[in-house]
Design a protein around this ligand. Structure first.
Ligand code: FUC
Length: 771
């Protein structure tokens, strides 16, 4: 058990129940999620099941795409943009134009027989060290307590109701769905269960079950209600599933609920704790500044956020926000689940914002930025499963729409791994790079884990994404290979004539993604020797890709030509892909491109950029990569101050979870980087975090890294590789490196070349202090 001080720092704490969804607290086990409102009299858990989407799979490819592709290309290359756009909208748009949308499962309502006017000593918390939400209050002379968690090993949500006097727990329970209008079938079973089921728009069948086991007192069902009277304690269990996974969701959900509710609460809690903590406690983070960290952790979290908005420094709140991001990933993305969507698994609507899908021109990727670096590699797996299904569908997309080999997706996908275009929105829809970007996550996992078996299994998907691009790109008269048609997500450009355009050839982001993917394929090929012919074509093509260009403002060009942006403060900063999450721009290897990237950020920010949560989070990562600690910090602060809800969820607006994950990745990226062929300790440590410690981060090359710093500089670090070999280490200060029998050689570029064996602990100490 960790000490109390640390536990205090690892909780979201409130003195009021949630008055609105944005104040409720999330729990989840990857598949099942709930937002808990915590009202003492009328508790409400708003429920999600990750595979409950509206409608089934379809082939939406526009049958006229291929026929008109040459004309669309010609019109773009001739600069006849409006004609190209008109034809693209007619011929490339999916039929129908939209993919499927995610829907809420429903709600559990508990109505307690207590007098609200008597309620005192109210508290509610989300304890991140155990992944448990607790609600405590006193009513009359009785102290009540509720504990709620979503268990991954048991596949259910568990609610425990207790009181410190016997026979005091009386309540009614019911299930609903969007004010009952979406409830299809509702029934009770055996006097101890409520069963809600139906079909979702001709897609999946679903079922949600509430089961109850009171200790003492009486239980019965009346109408649609479950009624408990004068119990000493109660365990409630919610199970839910759909035919996406279980042939008969009703049989499966009832069996699960029954099996879980029969177990003792202590057993359920301890298996949940063990499972969750095995992931969560891999990383600890302490950020200490000049300020109030200790006492702040006893403060109401919403008030604390208000203080930060008013200008207070609160490094411990940033560490909490960081760990909350890890909590959210563990809670919304576990092996066997679907990936975290735009709202993780915490969506309240039947027609959610942007359908609560997987938007793959930034958002879904951002959800997984913390996965490897923040030591939650297993949580990355649902994304790989989705990529695998997309790779299959994407073959038809590549073939049917573009006459290409390989596999492609556009800027969105859904539960069915749909790869045809989404919407009829010019700045986003006609962008066929979605799968190429996603497939870089497979490579990223390999770089972190160095798992050859994984690469062997996943490499064919990277290859298919690359083969599509080899076929899709067109050669310009200059000899350059570029995508066409495409867009720079989701901006528009202005020509010198004043006319605006959207579709284009060779937007910078595309060339950068392709270079990154082709380089990864070449490196993978050099290991696997899978397909020498393919390797040869990639080698040839990579030299014809346009390099990033510097434009007339000193900025990195967003397009191949130095067009002006229609929105210079646009939230997407796609053309800095090469800086982050890509690796082609680094301060030491490409100083002038780094300077141009800085200029790009300055211009975007000066024109209002960063106004959505995810945009701000991306900016944190950009500054961290540019090693500008103060700018990175200022943007972490802005993320919390302007784009964070009282429950610390990201506010696009509305709530969208990517900013949480991007923010978590960004904070880690400030403390550890490993993308440039070296492990860099504290690359972007701001003045506001003079003292601190992080343990358990992961660096590429399969190295676990602990870092301690004092007075704004590295004091101590421990690096532990999983594999034999070695790594380059950049510390920024003079250090002594210790470990039995290792060799560490200081090179001219200021890095140490360290040779080490698997499992060896390499200790790094600042040379001038005694830590
Ligand atoms: C992209 C972004 C929006 C939003 C949506 C889900 O279209 O441009 O800001 O995040 O995805």
């Amino acid at each position: 058990m960790r000490d109390q001080r640390l536990n205090n720092q690892l909780r979201l704490y409130y003195r009021q129940p949630a008055a609105r969804w944005e104040e409720a607290l999330p729990i989840g086990n990857g598949r099942l999620g709930a937002m808990i409102f915590g009202h003492p009299v009328s508790e409400r858990l708003q429920l999600n099941e990750d595979s409950l989407w509206y409608g089934g799979p379809r082939d939406r490819h526009n049958p006229d795409a291929l026929k008109h592709l040459p004309d669309i290309r010609r019109l773009i290359l001739e600069g006849r943009l409006k004609e190209a756009e008109r034809l693209a909208a007619l011929a490339l748009t999916g039929i129908p134009e939209t993919q499927r949308h995610y829907v809420a499962l429903g709600e559990l309502f508990l109505r307690f027989a207590i007098d609200e006017s008597q309620v005192t000593h109210y508290e509610r918390e989300l304890d991140l060290s155990e992944a448990v939400v607790r609600v405590r209050y006193r009513a009359g002379n009785v102290n009540y307590r509720r504990e709620m968690f979503a268990s991954y090993p048991e596949g259910a949500i568990v609610i425990r109701l207790t009181a410190d006097m016997p026979g005091r727990i009386s309540f009614t329970a019911r299930l609903g769905r969007e004010n009952y209008r979406y409830v299809e079938q509702l029934r009770t079973e055996g006097g101890r269960m409520i069963v809600m089921s139906g079909n979702s728009g001709g897609g999946v069948d679903y079922c949600g079950v509430l089961a109850c086991r009171p200790e003492g007192g009486r239980m019965q069902t009346i109408g649609e209600h479950l009624v408990v009277e004068e119990a000493d304690a109660v365990t409630l269990v919610i199970a839910a599933t759909t035919s996406f996974r279980d042939r008969d969701p009703e049989v499966a959900a009832i069996a699960r609920a029954q099996q879980v509710v029969m177990q003792s609460y202590d057993t359920l809690l301890s298996s949940h704790r063990e499972d969750y903590q095995s992931l969560f406690h891999r990383v600890t983070m302490r950020l200490q500044g000049s300020s109030r960290s200790e006492e702040a952790s006893a403060q109401d979290t919403a008030e604390r956020l208000e203080c930060l908005k008013a200008g207070a420094e609160d490094p411990a709140l940033m560490a909490l926000y960081y760990q909350y991001g890890r909590y959210l990933l563990i809670s919304s993305s576990r092996p066997g689940s679907l990936p975290a969507n735009l709202q993780g698994i915490w969506n309240k609507d039947m027609l959610p914002a942007w359908d609560s899908k997987f938007t793959i021109n930034i958002n879904a990727q951002m959800n997984y930025w913390p996965a490897e670096l923040c030591n939650l590699s297993e949580c990355h797996e649902p994304l790989f499963d989705l990529i695998e299904r997309m790779a299959e569908n994407g073959r038809l997309t590549a073939q049917a729409m573009y006459g290409c080999r390989g596999s492609a997706a556009h800027h969105n996908t859904d539960i069915w791994a749909d790869t045809a275009p989404q919407d009829q929105y010019l700045p986003a829809t006609y962008w066929p790079l979605g799968l190429a970007w996603l497939s870089l996550h497979l490579w990223e996992r390999y770089l972190f884990a160095r798992d050859d078996e994984f690469l062997e299994r996943m490499y064919p998907m990277m290859q298919e994404a690359a083969v599509f691009l080899l076929d899709y790109m067109v050669e310009l008269p200059t000899g350059e290979l570029v995508t066409c048609p495409s867009v720079s997500p989701e901006n528009e450009y202005r020509l010198p004539s004043g006319k605006t355009g959207v579709l284009c050839y060779g937007p910078s982001m595309d060339s950068q993604i392709i270079r990154e993917l082709f380089s990864a394929c070449l490196e993978a090929e050099s290991r696997l020797k899978h397909d020498p012919e393919f390797a040869a074509s990639v080698k040839q093509a990579i030299d014809k890709l346009p390099e990033p260009r510097i434009g007339r403002y000193g900025q990195l060009q967003e397009w191949l030509e130095d067009y002006d942006e229609v929105e210079p403060g646009h939230r997407h900063i796609s053309h800095l892909f090469a800086l982050y999450p890509g690796t082609q721009i680094t301060p030491r290897s490409t100083p002038s491109l780094s300077a141009a990237a800085r200029r790009t950020l300055e211009r975007r920010l000066a024109n209002g950029g960063g106004h959505t949560g995810w945009s701000r989070a991306w900016i944190v990562n950009f500054w961290a990569r540019l090693e500008d600690a103060e700018e990175a910090y200022a943007n972490v602060k802005a993320l919390l101050a302007h784009s964070t809800l009282p429950n610390l969820l990201d506010n696009h607006p509305p709530f969208q979870i990517d900013g949480n994950f991007g923010g978590t990745a960004g904070i880690a990226e400030m403390l550890l980087q490993s993308h440039a062929g070296e492990i860099h300790l504290l690359p972007s440590l701001p003045k506001a975090w003079p003292d601190g410690e992080v343990t358990g981060l992961r660096a590429r090359g399969a190295v676990t890294v602990d870092i301690r710093w004092r007075e704004g500089r590295l004091a101590w670090a421990k690096l532990k590789p999983d594999r034999d070999g070695g790594f380059s280490l950049r510390c920024g200060v003079p250090v002594a490196i210790e470990a039995a029998g290792i060799e560490a050689e200081l090179l001219d570029d200021g890095t140490y070349r360290v040779k080490a064996a698997a499992g060896q602990e390499i200790i790094v100490r600042l040379q001038t202090t005694n830590v």
